[in-house]
Design a protein around this ligand. Structure first.
Ligand code: SF4
Length: 426
């Protein structure tokens, strides 16, 4: 989502005469777009800001800003701790950047961490029609009402808000006009999407996906990130029936122990999660499942961890993101007794080894198969193009004549560590 938001900030500031530079040394404004999910996020931002001190000394007109969830969480404190910061903007206010920038030009500090009423996506209609990469993100929903005990999202991104269906369709058509063939619908809890339908009433995520399925020129649809409890019947069915919806689902579980899931306030059990996976696979047998895991959550016993390992064996993941639990100030789990670091590390090591084994086996099983690849760019080596398969595997295609944006059938000849290699299929 921060990639998407950064692009929108560049567009918003485009109206004030700014364009992107490739290095901070050339910049008249440096905006750090921050994420609060990782450990010690705020401290990393302060240390990063310290690195810009010499640039500000060389160019007193240089403006420095902090955006994103750390800006939202820290607010005014950022300017107190690091006076070289001119501007602090939360994720709901980046459309106000031009006004904030004008204020800083007058020598004032600008801070905006509101959750404004107006639609922050409204300025998108005025953006220049520049050509885009063939795969793009599109935010459809923000915020979360679930309040998992470890997570800051409900505090930094606020309550669940879904964008109206017609605005999403307009943005999708605009992206297609600019060369986009694949759209990943984004939301912190994307499958809880419930936007106003163009004809009135409400659209669920599957309604939105079906509407996007009819957009000419758009060839692929994905969505992320989902909560198991919001995998509704219609959304599961769409995986089997909607031609443009890709066979890939990122469905975080976090733990395989019901006790820990309860302490995490996840509101699902290991069994209900496995049921969803079973139904998704019944609808789309070849779907690749990806997940998220937190290891070493407070009170996690050896048995709880073994339950997680067992769940992983049952699901067989094609990909997963896994982390040691670390505290987020202000969240309930941060107040609890913490497990020793070395125990967490040992468990994480074992879990990642199991997932890596599954991931590699699934990737290796692609050898000899034909997959469809959306070509995204030239490969690192001469004579190669690289793109993504429908299962989101990176695929190197041994043919340099295929244009970027083309979707081609590729016969997989080789499985490497993190990618596949193939040749054009007849
Ligand atoms: S559902 Fe996801 S975004 Fe929402 S609180 Fe839980 S982890 Fe955070």
């Amino acid at each position: 989502m921060n990639v998407y938001d950064s692009e929108r900030m560049i567009e918003a500031l485009g109206g004030a005469g700014y364009e992107e530079t490739s290095t901070p040394d050339d910049a008249d404004m440096i905006l750090l777009n921050t994420c609060h999910i990782r450990e010690k996020a705020a401290e990393k931002v302060y240390s990063e800001l310290g690195r810009f001190k010499h640039l500000k000394a060389q160019n007193p007109d240089l403006k420095i800003g902090v955006a994103g969830c750390v800006a939202q969480a820290e607010g005014q404190e950022i300017m107190r701790r690091q006076p070289l910061v001119d501007l602090v903007v939360g994720p709901q206010s980046y459309h106000r950047l031009p006004q904030m920038e004008a204020k800083t030009r007058d020598g004032q500090k600008a801070i905006d961490t509101d959750f404004p009423e107006e639609d922050k996506f409204d300025h998108l209609k005025d953006r220049p029609k520049a050509r885009r990469a063939p795969a793009a993100f599109l935010t459809v929903q923000e915020g979360c009402d679930k309040f998992c005990a470890f997570c800051v999202v409900p505090y930094t991104r606020g309550a669940e808000v879904s964008r109206p269906g017609d605005k999403i369709l307009t943005e999708a058509r605009d992206l297609v006009e600019r060369g986009v063939r694949e759209i990943t619908l984004l939301g912190q809890n994307v499958n809880a999407y419930h936007g106003v339908a163009p004809q009135g009433g409400e659209w669920s995520l599957s309604d939105l996906i079906w509407a996007l399925n009819d957009v000419d020129g758009l060839e692929r649809i994905r969505f992320t990130t989902s909560h198991p409890n919001d995998m509704t019947d219609d959304l599961i069915a769409a995986h089997g029936e909607c031609e443009k919806l890709m066979p890939y689902l990122h469905l975080p579980v976090q733990s395989g122990s019901d006790k820990i899931l309860k302490r995490m306030n996840r509101s699902h059990t290991a069994e209900s999660y496995l049921k969803v996976i079973e139904r998704i696979r019944a609808a789309r047998p070849d779907i690749l499942i990806s997940g998220d895991f937190i290891v070493g959550f407070p009170e996690e016993t050896d048995q709880d961890f073994e339950d997680t390992m067992e769940l992983i064996r049952q699901v067989n993941y094609g990909q997963a993101f896994s982390f040691k639990y670390s505290t987020r100030p202000g969240t309930p789990a941060a107040e609890r007794d913490q497990l020793p670091e070395d125990l967490k590390s040992e468990r994480l090591y074992r879990l990642q080894a199991l997932i890596a084994e599954q991931q590699q086996a699934i990737q290796d099983s692609m050898v000899g198969r034909d997959v469809s690849v959306l070509i995204e760019k030239a490969g690192r080596f001469e004579g190669q193009m690289v793109g993504k398969s429908e299962y989101l595997h990176a695929v190197h295609v041994l043919d340099q004549t295929i244009p970027v944006g083309e979707i081609v059938k590729v016969r997989i000849t080789e499985s490497n560590r993190n990618s596949l290699t193939g040749i054009l299929a007849n």
